[in-house]
Design a protein around this ligand. Sequence first.
Ligand code: IMP
Ligand code: MG
Length: 189
Amino acid sequence: MGQQKPPLTNDIAQVLLSEEQIQERVKELGEQISRDYEGKELVLVGILKGAAIFLADLVRHITIPVDYDFVAISSYGADTRSSGVVRLLKDLDSSIESKHVLVVEDIVDTGWTLRLSYIVENLRSRKAASVRVCTLLDKPSRRAVDVGIDYYGFIVEDKYVVGYGLDYDGHYRSLPFIGVLKPEVYGGG
Ligand code: IMP
Ligand code: MG
C-alpha cells in the first residue's frame, strides 16, 4: 500500500457544512423535487465530476420514478473565457426528447461554466419538455453572468470550499462534509 498519508481532514481549517446538515438539506430538496415533478418523466443530468456525489445522494431522496445521466464540460481558462468556447467532453448516453431535465451542479460561482457551455440551451434544443437547474451551493457574491437557478441547497460566502464532490487540484472530493482549506495548503501562509 506504500507510504501512509495523513488524513485529508488535517488540511481543513473550518467545516462550513457538516455531513448532517448536507444530508438533511439534500433530503428536503429530493422531497421538493418529487412534489414538483409528480407525474412527469424526470432525468437528472449531473455535471462531472463535482456533482456526482450530490446527484447520488439526491436521487435516493426522490420518491418518483427518475433516471440520471452525466455530461462533462471542459473547464475554462482566461483564453476560453475571451473566446467563449467551453467544450462538451462527454455527452448524454440517451435521448432526452420530451423528458423533464434537471441539471445538477455542485456550485455556481461566477456562472461562466453554465453560460459558456450553453448546457441549458443545448439540452432545450433536444426537445426536452423542460430544463431547470439545481445546484448544491450558490455563491452569489461572485456572480459575473446571470444564470437561472431553480433549486439550491445552500448559499455560501466568498470562500473556496472543498469536500462532498468539490475539489482543490483534484483532492478532497471524498470528504463527507464541506470545508475551507487551511491557507498553507494553497502555498499561502
Ligand atoms: P463558475 O463557472 O465560476 O460558476 O464555477 C463553476 C465551477 O468552478 C464549479 O463547477 C466548480 O468546479 C468550480 N468551483 C467554483 N468555486 C469553487 C469552490 O469554492 N470550490 C471548488 N470548486 C469551485
Ligand atoms: Mg464543476
